[in-house]
Design a protein around this ligand. Structure first.
Ligand code: RP5
Length: 164
């Protein structure tokens, strides 16, 4: 199976990014985690993206906050799908990160999830890998069914408490 690359702009993004790592672990998808900054270590970020396909990666998650150009820089240097994860920053509630990640010019797409939407970033990456992996597709369906059952159970609990 191809690997997922989880790239973040700073180790200060880890509390958010760990939620993506946990999902990848749950689905037993191989992954690597790195800190490469579009601004502080641009050479490393670009080199990683250029070599990602030949290094066995199938999808890249790019997580960053503030002027969050990381996912876009990664996407500019590979034709692998890049999932953008805008990380909530301290001053603008993550709107800065969201717009910096999502507003890509035509030709260089970044599939951007919600602000701090780390679990969805991992799930989207897994769904991309699952296109060529029936076992992974089955795991995704099982997970969806479990999530559905959990919400139905919550409905029962709330209804039992408030409905006479
Ligand atoms: C971004 O700047 C990083 O992705 C992080 O979200 C933000 C702040 O980085 P630190 O100053 O905490 O290293 O590049």
């Amino acid at each position: 199976m191809k690997k997922v690359a989880v790239i973040m702009g700073s180790d200060s993004d880890l509390p958010v990014v760990e939620k993506a790592i946990n999902v990848l672990k749950k689905f037993e998808v191989p992954f690597e985690v790195h800190v490469y900054s579009a601004h502080r270590t641009p050479d490393e970020a670009i080199s990683f993206a250029r070599n990602a396909s030949s290094s066995g990666f199938g999808v890249i998650i790019g997580a960053a906050g503030k002027a969050a150009h990381l996912a876009g820089v990664l996407a500019a240097n590979t034709v692998l799908p890049v999932v953008g994860l805008p990380v909530k920053s301290s001053t603008m509630d993550g709107l800065d990160s969201l717009l910096s990640t999502v507003q890509m010019p035509t030709g260089i797409p970044v599939a951007t999830v919600a602000i701090d939407g780390a679990a969805n970033a991992a799930l989207l990456a897994i769904q991309i890998l699952a296109l060529c992996d029936a076992e992974l597709t089955a795991k995704l369906k099982e997970s969806r069914a479990a999530d559905t059952a959990a919400v139905i159970e919550k409905d029962r609990a709330v209804a039992a408490k408030y409905n006479v």
